[in-house]
Design a protein around this ligand. Structure first.
Ligand SMILES: *Cc1c(COP(=O)(O)O)cnc(C)c1O
Length: 359
């Protein structure tokens, strides 16, 4: 029996996407591949109705972190002063990327899971020391959904450009593409979009690509990937099968009603899980209203450690996710991304009752 993945990506695949992965053999220098590549680029722009004149969707081999690194390393001008908001592992990773590429940066450091104080952020930006802000949309460390619409408004107000890590939000949460402050958004194929791992995605304003500095990396330079992809080319071998999978996954997302419908579906499943856990005396670690639609974190059941909970559920065909770092002994995470049927959900609720009530 296949396991249902309740980790925040890679996700359990639909039959359609699974079949698309190995549907055909394609040379990445042939027209047949570029047809699929074009379809995926168009499909990615359509998810949030991004205007082709203003936005480019850029694909490259790699994981979500590749998209984050490509975004910061290739788009930040050399004299930029970057502020990074850290309220989890991924915010800290943005700072680490800035450090490695020797980009001038400072961090707004918060506890993992803490909400962002918008007044304090407004003051920091208002002081005029920063040209760019990098922020995580859904902080998967804890499930916290950061208020990126309000952050984008603050950026617009203070003339600051915003780079977003929407890796675990793109495809299911609202992304503020309408804000003129947003210059780039990092995403991945294998989270809310329901493709397979291997494909990093950055949506960027064409203006940002045109104004990009000289390359800081050979393989991560977005203007290079974008200009090749615009002329039905690719600089290096792309993960062809991941592109095939994503083209099918984007069709399914569209047929299922787009990102809003996907978010609503995730939220419904997350609510069912929360209700079941609540009845078992397991409390949310973060309130549902502050959590993303895709993932919630819960306190470990009293008297049960993560390894026991994980093993019990794995034996019943479900893979949950641990807390990172110091949170390992405090919380567990459960994501309802991916192809999860009503039958899977009923079985999951049964498994949670058996493992937690039977401890
Ligand atoms: C998953 C994730 C990433 C990237 O992780 P990879 O393991 O590199 O795919 C980046 N940011 C956030 C918010 C994520 O959830």
């Amino acid at each position: 029996v296949r396991s249902i993945l309740l980790n925040p990506g890679p996700v359990s695949l639909s039959e359609g996407v699974r079949n698309a992965v190995a549907s055909t053999d394609l040379c990445h220098r042939e027209a047949e591949y570029f047809d699929v590549q074009d379809e995926v680029i168009t499909g990615l722009l359509q998810v949030y109705d991004c205007e082709r004149q203003a936005w480019a969707a850029v694909l490259m081999g790699g994981s979500g972190t590749t998209a984050m690194e490509a975004m910061l390393a290739s788009l930040l001008p050399s004299h930029s002063r970057l502020l990074v908001i850290e309220n989890g592992i991924y915010g800290e990773r943005l700072s680490r990327i800035a450090e490695i590429h020797a980009l001038e940066h400072a961090a707004m450091r918060l506890d993992w899971g803490a909400g962002i104080d918008l007044a304090a952020l407004g003051e920091l930006l208002g002081a005029g020391g920063f040209s760019h802000l990098a922020a995580v949309h859904h902080e998967t460390t804890t499930g916290r959904l950061n208020d990126v619409a309000a952050i984008a408004d603050l950026c617009e107000q203070h003339g600051v450009s915003l780079l977003l890590d929407s890796v675990s939000a793109f495809g299911a949460e609202a992304v503020p593409f309408d804000s003129p402050a947003v210059m780039a958004v990092a995403a991945t194929a294998n989270k809310c979009l329901h493709g397979i791992p291997g494909l990093a995605i950055v949506l960027c304003r064409r203006k940002a690509l045109e104004q990009a500095p000289t390359a800081r990396s050979l393989t991560l330079h977005l203007p290079d990937w974008a200009s090749h992809q615009a002329r039905r080319s690719t600089p290096y071998t792309p993960p062809v099968n991941a592109v095939l999978a994503l083209s099918q996954a984007l069709r399914e997302l569209r047929d299922q009603g787009g990102w809003q419908a996907r978010g609503t579906h995730y939220r419904k499943l997350a609510g069912q899980v929360a209700t079941t856990l609540g009845a078992l005396g397991v409390d949310p670690w973060l309130p549902a209203a502050e959590s993303s639609c895709a993932l919630r974190s819960y306190r470990l059941p009293p008297g049960m450690d993560y390894n026991a909970l994980h093993a019990g559920l794995k034996q019943r065909g479900f893979i949950i996710y641990a807390g990172q770092g110091g949170l390992f002994n405090e919380l567990f995470r459960l994501s309802t991304m991916g192809e999860i049927s009503a039958y899977d959900m009923a079985r999951l609720q049964q498994a949670l009752r058996a493992v937690i009530a039977g401890r």
